[in-house]
Design a protein around this ligand. Structure first.
Ligand code: CP
Length: 316
């Protein structure tokens, strides 16, 4: 595997979920494979789970890890070819990615959308710049439009907790005071479609995800209707795709409450974290026995480990 930027890079997603679950049950089986290999983790944005779980995954495989916060500690990068760099940019992605490739055997990049231009964000200039100009495999640690490591961990978690072959899984928009990316939701839909769940997306009008991603999925604007008989509720806020970056106003009744969860089939609650309590989800839901949020975070280690393993073994 030369890159892991979306489900499109994965030959057999179900096999990758199974490989990740195998890592969970035998985490040190390949603890010599990464000896003398280095993982470089480059963060343009904050992280708790991705940063720590990916390091832990690398340690389980015997790798060394270097972590850099590029925005605060690195030079300001230029991504446009042919640009005259006489303003704020100090280093071109062509040199930066090539140089990091001299020090690292695999590179991970976290880069959020800027919300200045939907076209630029969806072109994934930063992640694709690294993929194009690095000479080693590149992993998305969440990019402007997708978060595949999160989705892989989420698919593991649903597989572990589902009681029927085809569970009803609801991806529900939830309130949030700041503009958040569509990345987690986009990825979740792509992976859940592949897993052939009974997938329903619930979002307020104006918060539809990109049409090519949701093609073939039932989308409803009534959260109560969507929750009926659901086995899993995956809560996530995203800002508007159509009115790009716009946040929802006066939509507090989309918060996940015990009353809404009571409509489900004793549904499990999921969220990628971090989460704003009593804005996104009521304390009683996230603290309930049916909350899987910590298990999802645990699975982030083994999701990353499966991807690193495939890259170290140079498998598709
Ligand atoms: N879910 C997730 O990616 O968490 P972090 O932003 O803390 O890495």
């Amino acid at each position: 595997m030369k890159k892991f930027s979306s489900i499109g890079d994965v030959e057999d997603p179900e096999a990758l979920v199974n490989l990740a679950l195998e890592q969970k049950f035998n985490p040190y089986k390949w603890d010599q494979l990464g000896k003398n290999k280095t993982l470089g983790l480059l963060f343009f944005n904050p992280s708790l789970r991705t940063r720590m779980s990916t390091q832990k995954a690398a340690f389980n495989l015997g790798m060394n890890v270097m972590v850099m916060n590029l925005n605060s500690d690195g030079w300001t990068l230029e991504f446009e070819d042919g640009s005259i760099m006489n303003s704020t940019s100090q280093e071109h992605i062509r040199e930066a990615a090539a140089v990091v490739s001299q020090y690292c055997d695999i590179i991970g990049v976290r880069t959020f959308p800027t919300f200045k231009s939907r076209e630029d964000d969806y072109a994934e200039k930063v992640l694709n710049g690294f993929i194009e100009h690095a000479s080693v495999p590149v992993i998305s640690l969440e990019s402007a439009t997708r978060h595949p490591l999160q989705s892989l961990a989420d698919m593991m978690t649903i597989k572990e907790h589902k009681a029927k072959k085809k569970p009803k899984v609801v991806l529900s928009w939830v309130p949030h005071p700041k503009a958040l990316p569509q990345a987690v939701a986009n990825s979740f839909v792509e992976w859940a479609k592949e897993a052939e769940f009974d997938l329903v997306i619930a979002n307020p009008q104006g918060f539809e995800l990109e049409a090519s991603i949701t093609k073939g999925v039932q989308v409803v604007c009534d959260q109560e209707e969507a929750f009926k008989d659901a086995d899993f509720i995956y809560a996530k806020n995203w800002s508007s795709f159509d009115d790009y970056g716009k946040i929802g106003e006066n939509l507090d009744d989309w918060m996940i409450t015990p009353e809404r969860m009571a409509l489900t089939n004793q549904g499990k609650f999921m969220h990628c974290l971090p989460v704003r309590r009593n804005v996104v989800v009521h304390d009683k839901v996230i603290d309930s026995e049916n909350s899987l949020v910590i298990k999802q975070a645990e699975n982030r280690v083994y999701a990353a480990q499966a991807v690193l393993l495939k890259m170290l073994k140079d498998e598709n």
